[in-house]
Design a protein around this ligand. Sequence first.
Ligand code: NZQ
Ligand code: ZN
Length: 389
Amino acid sequence: MNSFVFENSTKVCFGPGCAREHLPGLLAQYGPNVLLGYGGGSVKASGIYDEIMGLLKQAGKQVTEFSGIMSNPTYTKVLEGVRLVKENQIDLILAVGGGSVMDCCKAVSMGAVYQGDLWTDYWENISPVTFDPLPLGVVVTLSGTGSEVNGDSVITHEEKHMKTGHDYPRCNPRFALLDPEYTYSVPMKPMLASGFDILSHIMEIYFSEPQGPNVSDEISQALMRSLIHSLRIAKTDPKNYDARSDIMWIAAMAENRILKLGKKLDFQCHQMEHQLGAYTNCSHGEGLAVLHPAYYRRIYKDGLEKFYAFAVQVWGISPEGKTREETALAGVEALADFIRELGLPTTLRELGVDDRLDLKAVADSCSIVSGSFRKLTRQEILDIFMECK
Ligand code: NZQ
Ligand code: ZN
């Protein structure tokens, strides 16, 4: 196993009613001024806003609202939040929402204390930073990104056409409240798209060196089987608690750094999707669904052992009568079938991408990762986008 340092500072409270049970005690540890971050209104329609606001008021907090955080949050929105923090002497940021709300609030927690140009230093140049962000707590309403248990905040700079993020452990939320019932109100499409994001995170970790048997990959296989099973149940029975709670915890497991220990990590597909998102504002999970099969058809021979194991252990494909390559490819096709089964988009057109989009510009803006089974060329990235048209 490769060397690693592991830390995860987020306190996780999980289960129905966990906000009522745990939020009062958690709030008592911070000063009176709270910035409440949320998205475009789903929290109001679902009643989650009323519950959280009631708990904040009972705790005697002075609440400043930071609303309208959009999917694929922009740096402009981050700066709006930073301004609110400074104007209201905020002691704690409480993010209530999905990955976009959590990421935007994380970015605000950094911007609120950083002296300098945070976009340039942190997101664009990835310069090392060593400061403690303002305390942040999160209440998850959509399971997918795993942002609740890591220090990553993925932010889009609109003018620069850049969507990027990386894990800064000091930016982990101080606490995360995970109530699976808070996710019941998510409409089917985003629920499944974010569910696919979870699968993508696990695959991006799994399909990287080392290829031989190792504990991370064994856990990943179990998580992928469980996730596929639970997504199938949630698709036909959205309020199935067992399925929704499994999905919520698998999302956290995929991104709490444990699976990544000792692995090189790929995340090339994420790099491509992020830039597609920077140019089109597409849904993250849906973009990944379009790109993954095309990417894996291109690289499966370079990671044959792992793709073979994926086919047999995750999809239950029998290797009988097939070569190792045929079995490995059958696993990739099983993944493509599953994407169709979930009703997620399989082409850029289905994703809503304009035919006139300059895919070469998108491809040229993508980072090329070093941890993948094979380092793609820029031409190959363009070819993948073209194949997905
Ligand atoms: O804005 P509202 O009205 O809240 O609606 C949201 C949004 O329209 C809705 N929603 C959330 N909870 C709901 C709900 N609707 C009804 N009931 C609820 N309980 O769902 C829609 C999508 O929300 P969003 O937060 O955008 O989705 P997701 O959680 O998939 O987050 C996507 C963002 O996270 C980034 C993505 O790139 C994208 O910007 N990622 C963050 C990562 C991280 N921090 O570790 C890693 C990921 O790979 C990813 O890049
Ligand atoms: Zn993702």
